[in-house]
Design a protein around this ligand. Structure first.
Ligand SMILES: Nc1ncnc2c1ncn2[C@@H]1O[C@H](COP(=O)(O)OP(=O)(O)OP(=O)(O)O)[C@@H](O)[C@H]1O
Ligand SMILES: CCCC(=O)O
Length: 355
C-alpha cells in the first residue's frame, strides 16, 4: 500500500532523508558527504546519481521499497521568485534547476532527486517553500544600482516553520505577528516577517549582511573589485571566495563553530574576535530588520545550527534584546515542514501550486 512520504533535503555537505507515515517520522538519516566525495564532482547537478543511490540504499536498509511511497518531497532550490507554498515538480522547474539558471545551490537537487524517485514509485513529486520565496515589499527590491535588483533568497522553509511553532507555543498566530527570524547555519538569512509575509530579507547568498562559517556576507565593494582584478578571479573563483572559502573559514580555516568555541575556551584571541565579529554583524542585520518593521517587533527568533552555541546567543542577545524578547530554536525543522507542506495538499487543505 502506498502510504509513506519521503522527504529529501540536500545540503552542501549532507543529504538529509526522512520517511513519514501518519504524522510520524518513522525513519531518518543525515548522510554526511566528505569534502573528498563532493570534490570529485564538477558541480551540484553532477552529484545526482551519487546522492540518489544513497537515498535508495537508505530506503532499502530501512526495509522499504519505492512502491510504498505515496509522494516524494524535496527542499526547493534557486528558482525564479515565487510565492510561498507547496509546488508540483514540473518540467519547467526541472529545466531551470538543471541549467542552474538562477545560480548553483545544493538545494537545487531537492526537486531533481524527488522527481527521479517519484518516477520510480509512479507518484508525484513536490517542493515546499523554496529558498526563493518572494514576499518582498517593492521598496526592498531597490539595490542602489539600476540594473541590479535585490532578491529574496532565504531559509523560507525553516524560517516560517520555526516562527509558526514558536508563536503557537506563545499563544500567538504567525499571520498576526511581527517577528524577526535569524537563521544561522552554513549560510545565514535574516528576515522581517510582517503578519505572515517576509517583507524584507538579508540575503547571505548574494553577499549581503553578516558573514557565516563559510560565506563573506557583505564586503567593502571597491576593495573586492580591486581583488578580483589584481588576482584575475573568474566567476567560479569569485563564487568560491564569496561562498565556501569566505567568512569564518577565511580567517580561521574552520567552518565548524564547535571547534571555534573550543579554540576560544583554550585562549585563542583571534578566534574570539572573529566569533564576536560574526555575532556583531548578525545583530546589526537584526536591527536593520527592526527598522523595516518600524520598531514594532513582537519577537526575535534565533535558529539554525549556530543557535546551539550559547556564546553566540549571548553575544547577539545583549545587542538586540532592547528591540524585542529573544527566543532560540536551535537547529531546523525543515524535514517536518516538507512533510506538513505535502500533507496539506494531499489532505486537500491547500492546492498544489504550479511553477
Ligand atoms: N551544538 C552545536 N554547537 C555549536 N555549533 C553548532 C552545533 N551544531 C551545529 N553547529 C554549527 O552550525 C553550523 C551548521 O549549521 P546548520 O547545520 O544549520 O547548517 P547547514 O544545514 O549545513 O546549512 P544551512 O543552515 O545554511 O542550510 C556549523 O558551523 C556547525 O558547527
Ligand atoms: C537560504 C538558502 C540560501 C543560502 O544558503 O543562504
Amino acid at each position: 500500500m502506498k502510504e509513506y512520504i519521503l522527504a529529501i533535503n540536500p545540503g552542501s555537505t549532507s543529504t538529509k532523508v526522512s520517511l513519514f507515515n501518519n504524522k510520524e517520522e518513522v525513519a531518518a538519516r543525515t548522510i554526511r558527504h566528505s569534502t573528498e566525495e563532493i570534490g570529485q564532482f564538477d558541480g551540484v547537478m553532477q552529484q545526482k546519481t551519487f546522492r540518489m543511490e544513497l537515498i535508495l540504499s537508505f530506503l532499502k536498509e530501512e526495509g522499504h521499497d519505492v512502491e510504498a511511497l505515496r509522494a516524494v518531497v524535496g527542499r526547493g532550490g534557486l528558482l525564479k521568485p515565487i510565492p510561498g507554498g507547496t509546488y508540483l515538480v514540473e518540467e519547467e522547474m526541472l529545466k531551470d534547476l538543471e541549467e542552474e539558471k538562477y545560480n548553483t545551490h545544493a538545494s537545487n537537487l531537492g526537486a531533481v532527486l524527488a522527481n527521479e524517485i517519484a518516477e520510480l514509485a509512479g507518484v508525484e513529486a513536490f517542493i515546499v517553500d523554496p529558498v526563493v520565496v518572494d514576499e518582498l515589499d517593492d521598496v526592498a527590491r531597490i539595490s542602489g544600482l539600476k540594473g541590479i535588483d535585490r532578491r529574496s533568497v532565504v531559509h523560507a522553509l525553516n524560517q516560517k516553520a520555526v516562527a509558526r511553532k514558536v508563536l503557537r507555543e506563545k499563544g500567538k498566530a504567525y499571520e498576526e505577528s511581527k517577528v524577526i527570524v535569524a537563521h544561522m547555519g552554513g549560510g545565514s538569512s535574516i528576515a522581517a516577517h510582517n503578519q505572515g509575509q517576509m517583507i524584507d530579507v538579508v540575503n547571505g547568498l548574494d553577499g549581503e549582511g553578516p558573514f557565516t562559517p563559510e560565506r563573506t556576507g557583505g564586503l567593502p565593494l571597491y576593495d573586492f573589485a580591486k581583488m578580483i582584478l589584481e588576482e584575475k578571479l573568474d566567476l567560479d573563483d569569485i563564487k568560491k571566495r564569496l561562498a565556501g572559502k569566505g567568512g569564518m573559514y577565511s580567517y580561521l580555516k574552520e567552518i565548524d563553530l564547535r571547534n571555534v568555541v573550543e579554540r576560544i575556551d583554550n585562549g585563542d584571541e583571534e578566534a574570539e574576535l572573529i566569533l564576536e565579529a560574526m555575532t556583531y554583524q548578525v545583530a546589526k542585520a537584526i536591527a536593520e530588520m527592526a527598522a523595516v518593521l518600524k520598531g514594532k517587533v513582537d519577537l526575535i527568533i534565533l535558529t539554525g545550527g549556530i543557535a546551539y552555541a550559547k556564546l553566540v546567543v549571548e553575544l547577539i542577545s545583549e545587542r538586540v534584546d532592547w528591540i524585542a524578547p529573544v527566543t532560540i530554536h536551535p537547529g531546523e525543522m525543515e524535514m517536518e515542514a516538507l512533510y506538513e507542506g505535502v500533507m496539506r495538499v494531499l489532505n486537500n487543505e491547500e492546492q498544489a501550486k504550479h511553477y
